[in-house]
Design a protein around this ligand. Sequence first.
Ligand code: GLN
Length: 540
Amino acid sequence: MARYIFVTGGVVSSLGKGLSSASLGYLLRSQGYKVRIRKMDPYLNVDPGTMSPFQHGEVFVTDDGAETDLDLGHYERFTDISAKQSDNITTGRIYSDIIKKERRGGYLGKTVQVIPHVTDRIKEFIKKDITNEDFVICEIGGTVGDIESLPFLEAIRQFSNDNGRSKSLFIHLTFVPFLKSSDEIKTKPTQHSVKELRSIGIQPDIVICRSQQSIPLDQRRKISLFCNVGIDNVIETVDVKTIYEAPISFFNQKLDKQVLKFFKIKSRKRPNLIPWKKITNIVLKTKQTVNIAIIGKYVNLKDAYKSLDEALTHGGISNKVKVNLVRIESDKLRSREIKSKLRNVSGILIPGGFGKRGTEGKIEAIKYAREKKIPFLGICFGMQMAMIEFARNILNIKKASSSELDKNCFPVIGLIDEWNKDGKIIKGTDKNLGGTMRLGLYEAKLRNNSAIKNIYKSSMIKERHRHRYEVNINLMQKYEKKGLMFSGISPDNKLPEIIELKNHPWFIGVQFHPEFKSRPLSPHPLFSSFIKAAKSFNGK
Ligand code: GLN
């Protein structure tokens, strides 16, 4: 049977539970163990697909088309294990399933209750789809003490009781603040948080203490004593200079060693930290920078384009340059300011997006990138905007737009309600907004003699999608005549997947989201190539 590691958080949110879980995942995987990482989210949305990035940061999309929490992106980037639909669950999903079953009469007249019905469903999720994994790491969203988290905590308590305490390890991540005025590190919030957890019946086995500076032995002893955790299992995590240092830092703190010790397993081999050391070094030592403008609706929110920011950094790592993101809010971008705002950038990126607000600014910026021959990457909505710009200004179709933005336009981009996936027709549109998009991995054929084929070094690729609208294939010839090539297309020749400009050093639009597949240890070729182009533009 797999061993289960449950990760909870206390005191405050945003302590880096995701990063800790991901780093532990890497350390175990690198020793040859098979690992899965899952996330349980206590909110009532069925999935984060309909949540605004303002509320919850980016929606991460998996290969199998699930719209999930952005922490799954961390897990993938650190462990290189592709997450699945079955790796993320929310309270909303659980209740929705339970209520559907209740309406069908599935509970045979019983009263449906949090315990046992909700907790049973959570326990089912924890074990579902697990075959020969050595470790399953389950992160519980939220903070201990939240009302919403309670059923999850109760379920993991029951889980360890059902499956044997020796098969379930509890890690609790807390905050250990430093008080400047008294020049002291304070352990009380940690004590209280563990006390809260113990009142629910969970005794943590390992306490990870996030702090701004190293925790002296005396304070560690105090945490050990009050929290009833062995001193070796009080593990500190001091703020790192770059997140790529996290696996190294957790290894130095012996997190993986203590985990294996708990399960009475001998380490198979030393985890390989060389690649992390290499990239940490590059990130910290690189002096040369390139400025990349990201023009979008949510640029000022830190996590709204998390995977994209990461993928650009990865592109920088492979070119040994620091990528400086110039974040420009699209709805505040006026045409007269385009020149001044984009003067110092060596690359322009328009990310995915929804809705009309800010689109005219994006279209203006694309015109500028096209005319001034600045490297341009359009992702999903960004590619759609590039198609609109080209139609209006080169094909002279003044009413060109997307039917998402204007029902009476000339639809260069239109709504599609079915897709061909691996020979199967997938129906998309219904009345609901949630779960009605082209989601997950789809294939694209790349054209010979295209820039994109040269970048991917392959003629068939698979990338992750998340959109409802598609480029109108009927206009292909018109576009191509004027120098915009449809260089990637779906295997059934119906859906344009990639476009590029012929008379431009680097101008590419993709209908998918390459950022979801970029990893720090294997940067995505599209981002490496984009940053390379920006770097040489910079050198001009
Ligand atoms: N709004 C566009 C669509 O639904 C693009 C979505 C996106 O950029 N992810 O097609």
